[in-house]
Ligand binder design. Structure first.
Ligand SMILES: Nc1ncnc2c1ncn2[C@@H]1O[C@H](COP(=O)(O)OP(=O)(O)OP(=O)(O)O)[C@@H](O)[C@H]1O
Ligand SMILES: [Mg+2]
Length: 212
């Protein structure tokens, strides 16, 4: 079973948005997928509760209550939606559960500072230092051609963590979330530009680079 976690201690950076879309991606590829929501706010499980029956099935577990005990044995990909404000031993505990970790960062000064601190703490963890967990970052809610975006771009490139690219700010993400769908399940005429932006992310997820 693969364990893919979406993590950033900064609230609202896009963890649940990425986690639900990654779950859809793997389910759409024919994998048995479970989404473990470690956030007591249950954003991912709320999304799952309205998912249409005719779309590829995704199971859900309340990670914040039962950990991964409830995860079906035949699960092929477990996608973990981590809560905000994780650090210290809680962060360590969560990182123990994953070998692939994606970190969404928003291009605002507050988010970038908070995310930098989060990254520093994450990079200190033994599991990460031993390369038993592979990390990558994604800029999220990007409005192109803004000065802040250029700053984020430079900042992400400076860190020694792969920077996969950017996802634009788009109402498609809200639309998909409301319907229990992923961006890949919206029609191309709406979400074509978003599909393009996901390509480097799914390519990384499918490659050995994201798996120790
Ligand atoms: N690329 C995007 N375009 C537009 N809206 C987005 C995008 N990414 C996230 N959002 C919206 O931003 C808000 C926060 O996103 P999300 O809930 O995914 O963040 P989070 O990191 O899981 O938050 P929390 O820390 O509270 O768990 C949500 O309303 C979500 O729909
Ligand atoms: Mg969330």
């Amino acid at each position: 079973m693969r364990h893919v976690m979406v993590m950033n201690s900064k609230g609202g950076s896009g963890k649940s948005t990425l986690a639900t879309n990654i779950a859809c991606y793997f389910a759409g590829q024919g994998n048995k997928v479970t989404l473990a929501d470690y956030d007591p706010q249950c954003s991912s499980l709320d999304w799952l509760s309205v998912r249409p029956e005719d779309l590829p099935k995704i199971s859900g577990v309340k990670g914040f209550e039962e950990g991964i005990r409830g995860v079906a044995r035949d699960t092929e990909v477990l996608v973990i939606d981590a809560p905000a404000r994780t650090h210290g031993s809680e962060m360590n505990e969560l990182v123990r559960r994953a070998e692939t970790i994606l970190i969404p960062v928003m291009p605002s000064p507050i988010d970038m500072k908070a995310s930098a601190r989060f990254m520093e703490e994450l990079l200190e963890l033994g599991k990460v230092q031993r390369q038993q967990a592979r990390l990558a970052m994604v800029a999220n809610r990007v409005r192109e051609n803004t000065l802040l975006f250029d700053e984020l771009d430079h900042y992400l490139e400076k860190l020694k963590v792969p920077y996969l690219g950017q996802l634009r700010q788009s109402t498609n993400y809200l639309r998909a979330y409301q319907r229990g769908m992923g961006i890949f399940e919206l029609p191309e005429y709406l979400a074509g530009p978003d599909w393009e932006q996901w390509k480097p992310i799914t390519k990384w997820l499918d490659s050995k680079k994201s798996q120790p």
